[in-house]
Design a binder for this molecule. Structure first.
Ligand SMILES: *Cc1c(COP(=O)(O)O)cnc(C)c1O
Length: 383
């Protein structure tokens, strides 16, 4: 059958390339085959599930999986230090969706508290989705310089803050190219000194937010320790789900500060931007959380960070310029020959402080020593 032949061609191409795809933070180690079997065996594949609406509403559309969506949020909330019983969140369609809701809820909460829309402060090294989303939401943005470690520059933030307006700070926990982490203690200090009339802090932790809770650096993503208001995490990055999805986690008071948006057929108060939402990804999250669990994630995180150090050490041994930032699984280095970039599907960047043209490798679960050795071998031969 033609359709099947076409699909097999695609699958063949994917399998031929997957082992060398080390330039992007997508986990190519999904553990979803058990889920796939269960999905067809149980007949779930023949039901159209849809999680439209707030998953925390008591009354729900029957053909949904919101019970499991709530379970996912409840399971992960303690890992992010969310005050017990105060957590609110949902499974998103990706990190961008989480950022969109964080920015939207933050702006509306601040507007409700002060009667004014905020100024958004975000580092120039943050993911582009934050700038784009502020553009979509027509918010005033001040782009903050970053220091040589890729973290938001505290002097520039201090100079940029307008204390007469509420401040919405987007904090990058794992910036896209350099893998940099903004300094939350420094930001708190600047806020104490400049005293904007109201503050909301959203963490963009799409990649690092997946693994940090399982490492000694867990306090970085702890709401209790850092006092942030919401966090966005991707599901297809560290959590290894086989399709784009993510988590938005916040608190009940953020939800309660939103203007009621009455939609009769969605049980009246509808706080989410999208109407229909994926009912399957919460089940995949549930599956992964139950099957891998805290200890399994801790082992994966440990091995990823060990392999990151291994790669850095190999670069150092051959004297090739390469760097990685604290807590990061992203190593960036001087751009190699074109054929190497192609072979490993490397992502590009440009940083004058680091010599200009650069590439990076994101050491996800599937990026093991064997492929790193092959890469270093190729690099050595091109020198
Ligand atoms: C990947 C990433 C995003 C975008 O997330 P998607 O899941 O691709 O929508 C946003 N911010 C950071 C820091 C990221 O690493």
């Amino acid at each position: 059958m033609k359709v099947e032949e076409d699909l097999i061609r695609l699958i063949k191409k994917l399998y031929e390339n997957v082992d060398h795809c080390i330039g992007y933070p997508i986990c190519q180690y999904p553990n979803m085959s058990g889920f796939g079997e269960w999905y067809t065996k149980t007949g779930l594949c023949d039901i159209g599930i849809n999680n439209a609406g707030n998953p925390y509403d008591e009354e729900q559309y029957v053909l949904s999986s919101v019970e499991f969506e709530q379970d996912v949020i409840r399971t992960v909330a303690p890992w992010y230090g969310i005050p017990k019983g105060r957590e609110w969140g949902f499974v998103t369609n990706g990190g961008t969706d989480g950022n969109m809701h964080g920015i939207y809820y933050g702006a509306k909460k601040l507007q409700r508290e002060t009667g004014m829309l905020p100024i958004v402060y975000v580092s120039k090294e943050a993911h582009y989705s934050s700038f784009r989303l502020c553009d979509v939401q027509n918010l005033e943005v001040r782009m903050i310089d970053y220091d040589k470690h890729g973290s938001m520059d505290m002097d520039c933030l201090k100079r940029s803050i307008d204390p007469t307006r509420p401040a919405l700070i987007i904090i990058a926990i794992g910036s896209t190219f350099m893998g940099a982490t903004d300094n939350q203690a420094g930001i708190r200090k600047v806020l104490e000194e400049t005293k904007p009339i109201a503050v909301y802090r959203h963490l963009d932790a799409a990649l690092f937010g997946g693994y940090l809770p399982f490492t000694e650096y867990r306090d970085i993503v702890s709401m209790e320790k850092q006092g942030y208001d919401s966090i966005a995490i991707s599901g297809h990055k560290f959590f290894g789900i086989d399709e784009p999805c993510g988590l938005f986690i916040s608190r009940m008071d953020v939800l309660e500060a939103q203007k009621a948006y009455k939609v009769g057929y969605l049980r009246n108060n509808m706080p989410l931007i999208s109407c229909s939402r994926n009912g399957l990804t919460p089940l995949k999250f549930y599956w992964i959380l139950k099957n891998i669990g805290f200890d399994g994630f801790a082992a994966e995180a440990k091995s990823m960070l060990e392999n990151t150090s291994y790669l850095q050490q190999k670069f150092d041994e051959i004297g090739y310029p390469a760097w990685h930032m604290p807590y990061s699984n992203t190593v960036f280095f001087k751009s190699p020959a074109e054929w190497i970039q192609k072979k490993y599907m490397l992502a590009n960047g440009y940083l004058p402080d680091y010599g200009g043209e650069l590439c990076h490798i994101v050491v996800m679960q599937h990026v093991k020593k064997a492929i790193l050795d092959e890469f270093i071998g190729d690099l050595t031969n091109q020198i």
